[in-house]
Design a protein around this ligand. Structure first.
Ligand code: SF4
Length: 295
């Protein structure tokens, strides 16, 4: 199947800051990178801007970039770890994404690396339910410690009118699933009702689901130092921000094509798209790929 390649990213994900867990230090997005992104937004309309971190609500440029984006008819989404002191202003934001690791407060706090994270997430989700009419997404990153909670988390999300977004943490994550458990999780996910749920697990294409993960196909992520990845979970930058976003996107597409080189000859490529880019090794093999004979 011929791959359709966009001339520019439809979804632009940008880290406004990065918070190191150990020292609770914050590094902020390089000003030149920030300006390059603002220029791009100013010159193009109708994209999707995803602001992430760290904690975007702690960056003083948040309202400026949201204004740029809304003036050019971009949809805007903000990922939050609920690290603010007061409830933030949500003007110009169409979607908020929170993160829940577990319904067990201690386990959630351990996985989030913040011993008040569970309480802050609960308080903010309830506040959103009463005060915010935009999209409310609860991301559930599935890992070794919480994979038995998938059904319970979905039921809980429904009660709070939150849309669940399930994804499996990448293979290099501290709590990554082993091969067997990954496939148990994949089976569990494939039995879930399809309504009002977001699932970013590319290998599910092998079970008849379409690969809806946009990383690298529709989306490009820019890190605080201008490092470019298909998504924030990819383990290292595939290239660096060049003179502008479209030329950088072309370079990213070349790097991804290299990573998918071997997968392209697989009969399943059109449905699984080469698996999850964040799970590939240097040879391009998805760590969890069950197919023999391709490698
Ligand atoms: S070899 Fe690549 S394209 Fe084929 S099933 Fe595995 S990950 Fe998918």
């Amino acid at each position: 199947m011929k791959e359709t390649v966009l001339s520019r990213p439809f979804i632009l994900s940008l880290s406004l800051n990065k918070i190191s867990k150990a020292a609770v230090k914050t590094k902020t997005l390089d000003e030149q990178v920030y300006r390059c992104v603002c220029d791009y937004i100013g010159a193009n309309s109708n994209g999707v801007l995803v602001l992430t971190g760290g904690e975007p609500f702690l960056d003083s440029r948040l309202s400026e970039i949201l204004t740029y984006a809304r003036n050019r008819c971009w949809l805007t989404s903000v990922d939050t770890r609920c690290m603010f002191r007061e409830f933030p202003t949500l003007d110009g934001i169409q979607q908020i994404r929170l993160r829940l690791f577990s319904l067990n407060p201690n386990l959630h706090n351990k996985l989030a690396g913040d011993n008040r994270s569970f309480q802050k997430t609960m308080v903010f989700s309830k506040w959103l339910a009463d005060n915010y009419s935009g999209g409310k997404i609860m991301v559930f990153p599935v890992c070794r410690e919480n994979y038995t909670e998938i059904t319970a988390v979905l039921a809980w999300c429904r009660k709070l009118n939150l849309t669940p977004n399930i994804f499996v943490v990448p293979r290099k994550h501290e709590y990554a699933l082993d091969y067997q458990t990954y496939h148990i999780v994949q089976r569990t996910i494939s039995y879930l009702p399809l309504k009002d749920i977001i699932i970013d697990v590319p290998l599910l294409g092998l079970s008849g689901w379409s690969n809806i993960c946009p990383g690298g196909r529709l989306a490009m992520h820019i890190g605080i130092d201008g490092g470019i990845k298909p998504c924030p979970h990819f383990p290292y930058p595939l290239c660096w921000l060049e003179k502008d976003i479209p030329s950088t996107w072309r370079t990213l597409q070349e790097r991804i094509a290299d990573l998918n080189d071997l997968c392209r000859s697989c009969e399943h490529f059109s449905v699984c798209g080469g698996g999850c880019l964040a799970n590939k090794n240097e040879a391009g093999k998805d760590h969890y790929c069950p197919k023999e004979g391709v490698w």
